[in-house]
Design a protein around this ligand. Structure first.
Ligand SMILES: CC(C)(COP(=O)(O)OP(=O)(O)OC[C@H]1O[C@@H](n2cnc3c(N)ncnc32)[C@H](O)[C@@H]1OP(=O)(O)O)[C@@H](O)C(=O)NCCC(=O)NCCS
Length: 188
């Protein structure tokens, strides 16, 4: 049997357990396939499990092909220590039902420290309200601690502010403006 090609070492994820983790062990396993749902790093074959289709519930993906997915996966994997994408797999249906990403940015400030950015949190519409979203975010927070980040941040819709507040994210007074310049890109 071919070894699973993970984006990062699953042991790093297994080591990242949070005190406030709401994971229900009877429902979801982290390091083996003993439950219906399995939390694990993204792997090279997740395109076939509908990973990009899931992302389309979050934003515009365009028509991403298997080849495009594989190329991006390889680039991310080669940049070891930078991209941490985790997924919840429904092992019975063989599909990805939730996902989130943590990207690590190295710095010269803070004693050449590193900070994390959480992005692309999404749960399949059929599976919302079952704590998968919280499980993913809490794991990414724990992962950023294991990776020695001095801080993590995210941007979100107004409607999700309370949800992220409930997991410890706060708007810093006088320093919570999110600004952007959007460039036109072909969507397919
Ligand atoms: C936002 C999202 C990830 C939440 O995932 P989810 O798995 O449905 O959420 P959870 O089940 O983990 O939520 C757990 C708790 O938060 C509550 N909650 C969910 N969304 C909330 C919101 N927007 N504000 C406040 N509370 C919220 C739930 O009622 C639940 O409460 P409980 O623990 O008391 O039962 C999901 O709705 C989604 O994928 N939305 C579309 C994509 C998106 O907006 N992503 C976020 C981009 S910033």
């Amino acid at each position: 049997m071919m070894a699973v090609d993970y984006l990062f070492d699953p042991r790093t994820l297994a080591a990242a357990t949070a005190a406030d983790d709401t994971t229900r062990p009877d429902q979801l396993s982290v390091d083996d396939g003993s439950c219906k749902y399995r939390l694990r790093p993204l792997c090279s074959t997740d395109f076939g499990r509908g990973y990009v289709d899931l992302l389309a519930q979050l934003t515009v993906t365009g028509s991403v092909t298997q080849q495009m997915y594989s190329n991006t996966f390889e680039v991310m994997k080669k940049n070891s220590g930078t991209y941490y994408i985790i997924v919840v797999e429904d092992t019975e249906e063989n599909c990805i039902v939730a996902s989130g990403s943590l990207t690590i940015e190295k710095k010269f400030i803070h004693l050449c420290g590193q900070r994390g950015r959480i992005e692309d949190i999404v749960v399949n519409s059929n599976c919302r309200g079952q704590r998968f979203g919280k499980i993913v975010v809490q794991r990414l927070i724990a992962l950023s601690r294991v990776l020695n980040c001095y801080k993590i941040s995210l941007e979100c819709k107004d409607s999700n502010v309370n949800w992220y507040n409930s997991m410890g994210f706060v708007k810093e007074p006088g320093n919570s403006n999110y600004m952007q310049i959007k460039f036109e890109k072909p969507s397919h």
